[in-house]
Write a protein that binds this ligand. Structure first.
Ligand SMILES: Cc1cc2nc3c(=O)[nH]c(=O)nc-3n(C[C@H](O)[C@H](O)[C@H](O)COP(=O)(O)O)c2cc1C
Length: 373
């Protein structure tokens, strides 16, 4: 295995034993009523504790922030208690873990909230085709079209900033090593960034500064709550997930953000390429520009293999590499890459299915060897 991927890295106050990060991945295995982390989830994360850093699945910061059935939240006592069990078990297994703070914005459905309120966004512009996972009358997962969103009022935006700060405080109470603010993938902050969706006339719309204001006020509030070094931010420049349109000037847009994140002193910037293409280009202007604006810890994610991780680390485009799907099916991914063992394929059918199958039953190499006749 290329040695740099296995080498130690000091991320703020966290000493990472290697540079492999488990990417945030929603798996919809929370308990039904409390929407709290389940015992299955504890086992799943412990199995992957050899990662240099685990980033939890996207975790709604409030009932309003929900966009999928059975995602665990971080806004109730039961949820904090459930996460406490997860972080304690991960720490006891020698791991480190941060919580991804998530608000879906317009990507939602009223049935996901007890008060049946519609999703919210920068404007009333609705997704045309996208569907979200909800539960049918028999509590079975079913995909439904997103409801039209309600445009947030100015004071409501400020209230969401406070919700993020409270959720970060809850994450610390639950024993996490830090938090990652989810500003990627067409969710709430990405929607405010997008000039095609954000038609607001208040201080959160119009200019580039105004469209990033919501995220930056949130970053500021969260860093003041938990400390700068404990906060990361995830972005997905050029991403089109959830019916987003590519930004008209990515270098300017994301360069501005990266410089502001530098000014605010966040602990890391996590860049995800949904296409798994431009992030692997050693000549990428965008990566170079982001690196120049934000010269601290950078995580890259999107279609990484061992070879590509090696290339990104060698070219100094990244400090850490996040792997998503490989971690689903290879709980001992670090060991497999270390010794050059084959990687197990993931089963797409069980990713969101619920239950233990396709979740905690992918064997390690050692378990595979023991089960051989
Ligand atoms: C099942 C699944 C769930 C995901 N959930 C999240 C999430 O909660 N938050 C997020 O930022 N990205 C999420 N992603 C994106 C991953 O973090 C990662 O960026 C993506 O899988 C690309 O990395 P890979 O090519 O190594 O799989 C998810 C991806 C998958 C496959």
């Amino acid at each position: 295995m290329p040695t740099k991927l296995l080498s130690r890295y000091q991320l703020g106050g966290l000493a990472l034993p290697n540079r492999l990060v488990m990417a945030p991945m929603n798996r919809n295995r929370a308990t039904d009523l409390a929407l709290a982390p389940s015992a299955l989830m504890t086992k799943y994360y412990v199995q992957r504790a050899s990662a240099g850093l685990i980033i939890s699945e996207g975790t709604p910061i409030s009932p309003q922030a929900r966009g999928c059935a059975r995602t665990p939240g971080i806004y109730s006592e039961a949820q904090i208690a459930g996460w406490k069990r997860v972080t304690k078990a991960v720490h006891d297994a020698g791991g480190r873990m941060v919580l991804q703070l998530w608000h879906v914005g317009r990507v939602g459905h009223s049935s996901l909230r007890v008060d049946r309120s519609p999703p919210v966004g920068p404007s009333g512009i609705c997704l045309e085709h996208d569907k979200v996972p909800t539960l049918d009358g028999n509590d079975e997962p079913v995909l439904v079209r997103c409801d039209p969103p309600r445009a947030l009022g100015t004071e409501e935006v400020k209230a969401i900033v406070a919700d993020f700060a409270q959720a970060a405080r809850n994450a610390m109470a639950a024993g996490f090593d830090g938090v990652e603010i989810h500003a990627a993938n067409g969710y709430l902050f990405d929607q405010f960034r997008c000039p095609y969706l954000n038609d607001r006339a208040d201080e959160y719309g119009g200019t580039l500064e105004n469209r990033w204001r919501f995220l930056l006020e949130t970053v500021d509030a969260v860093t003041q709550t938990v400390g700068k070094a404990r906060v990361g931010v995830r972005i997905s420049p050029l991403g089109t997930a959830h019916e987003m349109r590519t930004d008209p000037d990515p270098l300017l847009t994301y360069g501005h953000l990266a410089c502001e994140l530098d000014r605010l002193g966040v602990g890391y910037l996590h860049v995800y390429d949904q296409s798994g293409s431009w992030i692997h280009d050693p000549q990428s202007d965008l990566l170079e520009h982001l690196r120049a604006c934000y010269p601290y810890a950078m995580i890259l994610c999107g279609g990484f293999s061992l070879e590509r991780a090696h290339a990104a680390l060698q070219s100094d485009h990244a400090d850490l590499i996040a792997f998503g799907k490989h971690f689903i099916s290879n709980p001992d991914l670090v060991e497999r890459l270390r010794i050059g063992a084959p990687l197990a394929p993931w089963n797409p059918k069980t990713i969101y299915k619920g239950g233990a199958t396709g979740y905690i039953d992918y064997p390690t190499l050692e378990e595979e060897a023991l089960s051989e006749p």
